[in-house]
Design a protein around this ligand. Sequence first.
Ligand SMILES: Nc1ncnc2c1ncn2[C@@H]1O[C@H](COP(=O)(O)OP(=O)(O)OP(=O)(O)O)[C@@H](O)[C@H]1O
Ligand SMILES: [Mg+2]
Length: 578
Amino acid sequence: MAEKQKASAIEKVISAEEISKEFKEHSVAEFFKKNMQMLGLTGKIKTLTTIVHEYVTNSLDACEEARILPDIEVQIEELGDGYYEITVKDNGPGLTKETVGKALGQLLAGTKFHRMMQMRGQQGIGASGCTMLSQITTGKPVKVITGTGKNKPMSLEISIDPKINQPKISNLVELNKEFKGLAVKARFKGVKYVKSEQAPLEYLRRTAIANPHAKIKFIAPDKSTTNFDRSAKDIPSKPVEMKPHPKGVTVDEIISLSRYTDSRQTSSFLKTEFDRMGDKALEEIRKNVSFDLRKDPKQLSWDEAEEIVKMFKKMNFIAPRTDGLRPIGEDRINKSLQSIVQPEYLSVVTRRPQVYSGGFPFQVEVSIAFGGNAGRGNEEQNQKTKEQEGGETNVFEPERKIEVMRFANRAPLLFDSGGCAITKAVQSIDWKRYGIKDLENAPLTIFVNLISVHIPYTSAGKQAISDEEEIMEELRLALMDSGRKTGIYISGKKREQEKQMKREIFYKYIPEIAFALNKLTKENEGKLRKNLEKLVLEKLRLEEEAEEKVKEEIEETMEKTKKNEKKRKKKTEAEEEN
Ligand SMILES: Nc1ncnc2c1ncn2[C@@H]1O[C@H](COP(=O)(O)OP(=O)(O)OP(=O)(O)O)[C@@H](O)[C@H]1O
Ligand SMILES: [Mg+2]
């Protein structure tokens, strides 16, 4: 018996040779085909919005690079239950016959992944991921029309061979009509169109807010059309390709870059591959490292690269180049939010560019819109009393709720808000300090745009930003600055309301007091009333004067801060020119 058991245990042992028969290589397309959720293509509503997001961000990126004012049309048609056709048409540069297949039918192919440049897309899997989803849910290829303006426009169909991650092109025909740009028509099953905060229409509304230079037309499944016209007519200047800044670079990055450089010596490698590396900085490194900087960079060891990083950390460098980053700009944000959100008060704050680990420059733009149509409708709160809450004057219109609009390189982020640095930063602020007692139910639209040559997304789905220390710090500072300004406005408004209430109470009792005084003193009642009114006015005037003084002091401090900031900016610009 024991012998038998021993034998069967031996039988169960499988050799490495046998296991190795199961060994297979897979293409990246096969991987994503099995893991579409990693691309944000999961959930019926989320998938539809993500598809619109992928095509629209591509159109905006392409137009920006080609210096074209974007004119984008998005149409969603319902073909059956959970079965939709999405068409996105732009007036951009189009794609050539050579690149169109790879662009839409090969994963990890594109013009952005390898360039340190502020763009909405950065991975090379957005549009091709959509082609894959269309293929696996409907069995249909994606229809494309492309026109570059040079040759005749072409119409073609694209699908992906997942085994080899290569595009398959069919039905290619030249068209005898004028067309410049790219039009993609794709069908999807298992998706759903709704009108919610996470739906395509809201996505496009936010895209319009952050891209006031774009004209966007949306045709919904019920054929209703929404037009977002441009409120800015000038094309934002083109983002510039940038190099990593020494302050944020890691040892691994130095090693990776050194393996592909054309430079023959470490000194020239450092000078050409990194931002802000001048002769002076190079000399300082030369003096302090244990090896010769004439060394072939391809031979740099981990320890040597570590010595360079240590030096980078110790040395002073000019702040990273800002000319590659393209903020929306305070004026544009202001105009855009005024026209789309129509708030009662708006403050916009743009922070100076910084670097996060990896040497990636980034910048934060924040705006807080208060009152008016800021925030989103809140039916529940609507039922509550409007004027008074807890005995205190309520300065908020109670039927609105807070709305946090997150953007990365001007592209709206509608999903995975809990895991996003922007949400975490908003939640980490003590809003009570700025007169906002109940953040959730405040009529506020908090707009945050993070721009960078590389947004540290938490996943390939590109919906949440990772909470890098430096990014969190900048987000918090911008939110606090904007919060402070909003707080000053809110407290002013609250004071104004309290003053009005006081005035009303005083005036209400003047006739009664005059009547009583007349009984006691026999003075003329009309005269008494006039004198009492004078007294009230005098008291209110004195209060106003005191408030005015405080206001002037605050403004003076703010003016001084602004001047100092300007001086600092000028100094840095002068240093940059040198
Ligand atoms: N509308 C368009 N006009 C011109 N070129 C486009 C357009 N859409 C896509 N492309 C090209 O196709 C490439 C691949 O697009 P895709 O969306 O797959 O990746 P990406 O935009 O580079 O990065 P991401 O995966 O982050 O979206 C882009 O890099 C771009 O070069
Ligand atoms: Mg893309």
